[in-house]
Design a protein around this ligand. Structure first.
Ligand code: IVH
Length: 731
């Protein structure tokens, strides 16, 4: 009854069904591909349900391209082999550091094409190398008919059911906007789109969080995933599409497989770039980071630019790919064995490597916190040699179940401290024993306790514990506190171990004689340290307060306290209620401050430091937050400013009530950019954050803070031209 009769009047439901499918296609495209939804999710869901209801009434009308058909099929017994009409090649990889990868490639191309120095540079397309799995999507007459993995390049596996669940993959190709249709070719009868299936980092984190909850709830057979690539690979190779649908995957298109040739009415692309633009127009996600680069210098610049953005992207990349842009030149260059001559991958240093755990140490921090640290066989990862990785605390160490002798995956991404990601279970020695936190401080032997609701064990030895004493001294002497230049870890170790320095004031009682008597301490160094100690006495209230090492009182809190109370005595006498009236000071912090100053020995330390000549300017309480000119504004500093140091700029901004943050986000009001500003500047421009230079900063500080944002908007101080379009969305 529901089969379509071409001669009958269209059924009224059929028109509605068609309209719904088109609407849902458009909304899904806006949501998944353009990242710019125009209707709320609830509206989409409502239309979707209406379509589902119609299709239930007329099962004969269900078409494979319908938005309802993303999750459908039954679990498979196994995947069916697919022979690729056009083989899926791999690319040659240049792992050389820095410039040589791009230079080698460009030289080879120029040689192959017999270009001389007088010829102009070769035009390339540079793309991120997405860290996922290669996929070939086959469309016939605009409808997705098959998705296949790369396999050995000749034969892959049919994973259509799973790929259909990816919102970004069109089930049916519908051009993005009718208006532009004149500029793009029509969709050919046969079209194979090649690209990468991957998992976004946020989707990966959320998936692992769900997995952890499942494991905690006792569900059998569940596990967490090591990294987004593994999670994506697992999802693609799921036999049950319902499970695959719960693993959020994404897709980027970067090439073509079989396509109807121009003689038979297919498109005649001239460049790789134009082909990608067409794919984008047809509704496929193409990375906004794809760019044209002429000659080796621009390839090198691209490699560096993407490298500096790497950690801020929403997904993992392991390098960049350079491709000759002209398709005629690509044909001329051809292939060597299984690799095209016209493309190369230029990698970045791996962020994950395997190594073995030599031991697990427990370190004692300034506040007595015990931290288990895995001692590793040295491994080069993320651009540095790593020998230690924190295991954070007992729960973390147990969750990962790291044992001495284990082979582990170590990750170091960007400036983030190295961490043990996971243990390779089948490489474990049978006699490896479970790690347990010691119940005694490994340094002073005092009891170590874990208080309820806390993740950490703490040594109860206080300043009796030499580890805590050392850390307290190092904390006080650091650059951001009173700054005693040259007083580093080795020296503090010696001073404490020799019993010369027990408390902070002891530092200022040091004599040249005692210093010169220490191991390896030359006269000159002793003199230098004496003058550094002398210089450190002239400090500021926030630095001094921070230097005391009160638990929960970081730099920002110290500044807020100093600003609010104006002088140390007022802080020392303040009640917890008075303390909590300071912005950013909550009950826990207030209690910690109060407890600290209630201890007679802490008050004694403060008095003795003052007696030794440590001074700062004191005043009355400053103007309340809200009345200061830049109150409520968030700034980020980057690059080298012409006259102000970073610290000076920060101090000025904070005194004016502004907050200074470390990274650019949508919440940033201004980016203050100096010379050689890098990724932060790009990100600010991409997000439309106002960018100002030092002069702009000075004028905000001195006069009209009411100056409209727009006046500063998107001014790049050194005239660095950056196309915001190339970085948006993924950053
Ligand atoms: S082009 C003929 N472009 O890297 C060239 N590949 O060995 C075919 N990949 O398995 C590949 N990002 O999965 C190309 N922008 C990109 C890529 C990319 C990631 C992967 C792809 C392939 C491997 C190359």
């Amino acid at each position: 009854m529901d089969s379509l009769d071409l001669f009958a009047q269209p059924h009224p439901d059929q028109a509605r069904l068609q309209a719904l499918r088109e609407l849902l296609h458009r909304y899904a495209q806006q949501y998944y591909v353009l990242d710019a939804p125009t209707v709320p999710d609830a509206e989409y869901d409502r239309l979707f349900q209406e379509l589902q209801a119609l299709e239930r009434m007329h099962p004969g009308w269900i078409a494979p391209g319908s938005p309802t058909q993303r999750v459908g099929g039954k679990p498979l017994e196994q995947f069916v082999a697919v022979r690729h009409a056009v083989p899926m090649l791999s690319i040659r990889t240049e792992t050389d550091t820095e410039a040589s990868g791009a230079l080698n490639f460009d030289n080879r191309i120029r040689k192959e094409l017999a270009l001389t120095e007088s010829d102009s540079p070769v035009e390339y397309v540079a793309e991120p190398k997405f860290d996922g799995l290669a996929m070939s999507l086959r469309y016939e007459h605009g409808v997705l008919v098959q998705a296949a993995t790369r396999g050995d390049g000749e034969t892959g596996e049919d994973v259509t059911q799973n790929i259909r669940t990816i919102g970004q993959v069109p089930l049916q190709i519908e051009a993005a906007s009718a208006g532009a249709a004149a500029h793009f070719p029509a969709v050919p009868a046969v079209l194979e789109v090649r690209g990468e299936v991957y998992m976004r980092r946020d989707d990966f984190e959320a998936l692992n969080e769900r997995q952890r909850q499942r494991i905690a709830a006792g569900e059998k057979g569940e596990k967490t995933f090591v990294n987004p690539r593994n999670a994506a690979a697992g999802a693609v190779r799921q036999l049950d599409p319902a499970i695959a649908a719960q693993r959020p995957l994404s897709f980027f298109a970067y090439g073509l497989g079989e396509i109807t040739p121009p003689e038979l009415g297919g498109p005649a692309f001239v460049t790789h770039y134009a082909m990608l633009q067409t794919l984008k127009f047809w509704g496929f996600p193409v990375s906004a980071l794809v760019d044209i680069a002429c000659g080796a210098p621009e390839l090198i610049a691209y490699h560096q630019r993407i490298g500096s953005l790497r950690d801020q992207l929403g997904f993992d990349i392991d390098g960049v790919v350079y491709k000759v842009n002209s398709l005629a030149l690509q044909r001329q260059l051809g292939f060597v064995t299984r690799e095209p001559r016209w493309a190369v991958a230029h990698k970045y240093p791996a962020q994950e490597e395997l190594t073995t755990v030599l031991g697990i140490d427990v370190q004692v921090g300034r506040t007595g916190k015990l931290t288990p640290v895995a001692k590793l066989a040295p491994v080069f990862v993320g651009g540095v040699t790593v020998t230690n990785a924190t295991l954070h605390n007992e729960d973390e160490a147990r969750r990962k179940d790291v044992r001495v002798g284990d082979t582990v995956v170590v990750r170091r991404a960007g400036d983030v401290i190295p961490e043990v990601v996971s243990v390779i279970a089948d490489k474990r020695q049978p006699d490896a024993t479970v790690f347990t936190m010691p119940r005694m401080c490994p340094v002073c032997g005092s009891a170590a306790v874990r208080e309820e609701g806390e993740a950490d064990y703490r040594c109860t030895g206080g300043l009796f514990c030499s580890a805590q004493r050392k850390q307290a001294i190092l904390h006080f002497a650091q650059r951001r506190a009173v700054e005693v230049e040259g007083l580093g870890e080795k020296l503090v170790d010696q001073l404490v171990e020799a019993g010369i320095v027990q408390t902070l004031p002891d530092l200022y009682r040091l004599g040249l004689m005692a210093l010169a008597a220490l191991d390896r301490m030359a006269d000159k160094s002793a003199h230098n340290l004496m003058s550094a100690l002398q210089a450190s006495k002239q400090t500021t209230l926030p630095r001094f307060l921070f230097g005391l090492g009160i638990r929960h009182v970081g730099e920002a809190t110290a500044k807020a306290l100093a600003r609010h109370f104006g002088n140390l005595d007022a802080i020392m006498q303040a009640s917890t209620e008075q303390l909590t009236s300071v912005a950013d000071v909550g009950p826990i912090v207030a209690l910690s401050i109060r407890t600290f100053f209630d201890q007679p020995h802490n008050r004694e330390v403060v008095e003795q430091l003052r007696a030794c000549g440590v001074v700062w300017e004191e005043g009355d309480a400053l103007a309340p937050e809200a009345t200061r000119p830049l109150a409520g504004k968030t700034f980020v500093l980057t690059g080298t400013l012409p006259t102000l140091s970073r610290d000076q700029a920060r101090d000025l901004l904070e005194a004016a009530g502004a907050k200074v943050a470390g990274s650019v986000s949508k919440k940033t009001d201004y980016l203050v950019a100096g010379a050689e500003a890098g990724s932060k500047l790009e990100k600010a421009l991409a997000l439309g954050v106002a960018v100002i230079d030092e002069a702009g900063l000075q004028s905000l500080l001195t006069d009209d803070a009411s100056m409209p944002l727009a006046q500063h908007n998107s001014q790049s101080p050194q005239g660095v031209a950056i196309d915001p379009d190339t970085t948006h969305r993924e950053a």
